[in-house]
Design a protein around this ligand. Structure first.
Ligand SMILES: NC(=O)c1ccc[n+]([C@@H]2O[C@H](COP(=O)([O-])OP(=O)(O)OC[C@H]3O[C@@H](n4cnc5c(N)ncnc54)[C@H](O)[C@@H]3O)[C@@H](O)[C@H]2O)c1
Ligand SMILES: O=C(O)C1=N[C@H](C(=O)O)CCC1
Length: 232
C-alpha cells in the first residue's frame, strides 16, 4: 500500500518503521495541512486534536480511506461518520490500536457487567502518560469510562474531579516518557480489584494501526478495531 502519514511525530515515525517492514511504502509524511493526498492509497492520521478532523474530512472528500488514532477531537466524530456515509468512504477511529488494549476493553466491559450491582465497590480509572501528551484524560481512558458508565444507571459521565456526584472519576497523571498505563479499580472497605494494561513502547499502537489500514483497504463503511480484530 502507498501510505500517507498525516502527523509525523512519535507515532508517525513508529508507524513508518512497521509499515516498511510489512512491505508498504510511505508516499506522504507531513506535519501540516499542505499535502497532495491523491498520491496515497490510504491515510493514517496521528496528528493533534485540532488537526485530526480536517485531515479526516480532506481524505474522505478525496475518496481516500482513512485511519485515525488522534485523540481529543471526538466532539466532531459524528460529523466524520456522516461524511463517510455520504461519500461512501472508509474510516476507522480507535482511541487505542493495540491488540492488548482492545482485549483489555472487553475485559473492562465484562467486569463492569459483574460489578454494577455491587454497591459496596466504588469504581475509578487512572491513566498515566508522557509529559508531551496534549489531551487529558486519554482517549483510552474515555473508552474505558464509557464501557463502565453504560452499565451503571447512577453514573451520568466521567470527570477529572475526584468527588463529583454522578460521575466516574478519572485521574490523569503525566510522568516522564510513559507510553501509556491504564488501571480500572473497584474498591470496597475490605478489598480492591484492579485491572491494568501497561504499554512498554509505542510499537503495539503502531502495529495495530498498520493492520487496521491493511484490513480497511477496499472496504466501504465506518468500522472499529472490534471489526478489524474480529472480537465478538
Ligand atoms: N490511538 C492510538 O492507539 C494512539 C496511540 C498513541 C498516540 N495516539 C494519539 O495520536 C496523536 C499523536 O501522538 P504522537 O505521540 O505521535 O504525538 P506527536 O506530538 O509526537 O506527533 C503529532 C504530530 O502531528 C503534527 N501536526 C501538527 N499539525 C498537523 C496537521 N495539521 N496535520 C498533520 N500533522 C500535524 C505535529 O507537528 C507532530 O509532529 C495524539 O493525539 C495521541 O493521543 C493514539
Ligand atoms: O501517547 C499518547 O498520546 C497516547 N494516546 C492514546 C490515548 O489518548 O489513549 C493511546 C495511548 C498513547
Amino acid at each position: 500500500m502507498k501510505i500517507a502519514l498525516l502527523g509525523y511525530g512519535k507515532m508517525g515515525k513508529t508507524i513508518e518503521q512497521i509499515a516498511i517492514q510489512r512491505g508498504h511504502s510511505i508516499v506522504i509524511k507531513t506535519n501540516n495541512e499542505d499535502y497532495d493526498i491523491s498520491k496515497a492509497d490510504i491515510a493514517i492520521d496521528f496528528s493533534i486534536p485540532t488537526a485530526a478532523f480536517n485531515n479526516i474530512t480532506h481524505c474522505l472528500n478525496n475518496n481516500i480511506p482513512v485511519i485515525s488514532g488522534t485523540t481529543g477531537w471526538l466532539e466532531n466524530y459524528d460529523k466524520a461518520v456522516a461524511l463517510c456515509e455520504e461519500k461512501k468512504g472508509a474510516f476507522i477511529y480507535a482511541s487505542n490500536f493495540s491488540l492488548g488494549v482492545n482485549i483489555f476493553f472487553e475485559l473492562n466491559n465484562t467486569l463492569a457487567k459483574m460489578m454494577h450491582s455491587l454497591k459496596e465497590y466504588n469504581v475509578s480509572i487512572e491513566e498515566i502518560h508522557h509529559t508531551q501528551k496534549l489531551d487529558a484524560p486519554s482517549g483510552t481512558a474515555i473508552t474505558l469510562a464509557n464501557g463502565i458508565i453504560k452499565e451503571y444507571s447512577n453514573l451520568n459521565g466521567w470527570s477529572l474531579e475526584p468527588n463529583k456526584e454522578d460521575a466516574l472519576p478519572i485521574t490523569a497523571k503525566r510522568i516522564d516518557a510513559v507510553p501509556g498505563t491504564h488501571t480500572v479499580t473497584y474498591q470496597s472497605k475490605v478489598d480492591t480489584i484492579d485491572i491494568k494494561h501497561t504499554a512498554h513502547s509505542r510499537e503495539g499502537f503502531a502495529l495495530g494501526a498498520v493492520v487496521a489500514a491493511e484490513w480497511l483497504l477496499g472496504k466501504t463503511g465506518v468500522f472499529s478495531m472490534k471489526d478489524v480484530l474480529n472480537i465478538n
